[in-house]
Write a protein that binds this ligand. Sequence first.
Ligand code: FES
Length: 345
Amino acid sequence: MAGQITLVINGGRVTATAGQTLLDAGLAGGRLIPHDCASGQCDTCRVRIHSGAVDDAGTRIGDTVLACRARLTSETVIEFDEVPDCVRRSGTVDSVVALTPEIVEVTVALRKRLAYLPGQYVRVAFAGLPPRDYSPSLRADGSGELNELIFQIRRQAGGTVSPLLGGQIGPGTAVKVEGPFGHAFHRLGRGRLVVVASGVGWAPAWAVARASRLREPERDLVVIAGARHPHNLYMRPSLDWLRARGATVILTCSGNNPPDDARPGRPTLHLPMLNASDTVVTAGSPEMVAAVQFLAAAAGATCYADPFYAAARTAAAGDAPDMNFFQRFLQRVSGNQKSKTERLA
Ligand code: FES
């Protein structure tokens, strides 16, 4: 039939129509491409173009495009990393522990395990409150049970949810969880892995860096993590664990009076020279993440980004009033405006 073309998804062949998005073509053919927002916002649906040509709708980064935006123009072969299915789970808050004056560690006990890849995020609704996106991590010593989700969350002044952690939200609070989502997860690889995090971006970064040490101990690993305020440098014990296992570790502090063991300035100031064989995973403040993406793109490195946006500042899909130069640049080159919604507050 005129206009019909073949799309191959991870080796599976479907018949599609020219002009369909890759995501719609896959769904129509019974091949689910992992996705979340379906509107070009979250980056969950990013796929590799193995061969063929598509209208990338401005979402191309290297050989990847967003499947929910890119449209078929000819026979195309695409690939994506298999991820756990998105599921819903329920559970209760087990504990809320202060890590710093602003950051708490929240442990949620699930009735049934939720499988995710290190670095992915989930959508969490504490009883009676709007959902927020958080990245499951590990405790500072690397511990965590299979049916637990451990979050590191900044209590955001003026927020709707996070200021209640440790008060209205405490042991026994009912929780609903959906996920996993996100593409900034650990992947095995041969080139150097560079992990860059600021603030509670350390939650997914720690999960990724630890997974790399355990699964590929011979791989070069550089970890740069920091915070603005010295009292928020809660990642020290985890960095010690990584350093003891051969990772190059840099602690940074961008605020006044950085402690002796931290380099002054933002993590981006201390990035090593990147090259095309590097894989970069970055999480934390949108400005820092955008700067890392910019530098990685300039070097031709593969970059997986997880910017944290505060819910109070999150605008409707398509709006991004807080975008800086780097973010506007990245929007133009990749169409990737934000990775998730309602992240912090
Ligand atoms: S599903 Fe495509 S960017 Fe969110």
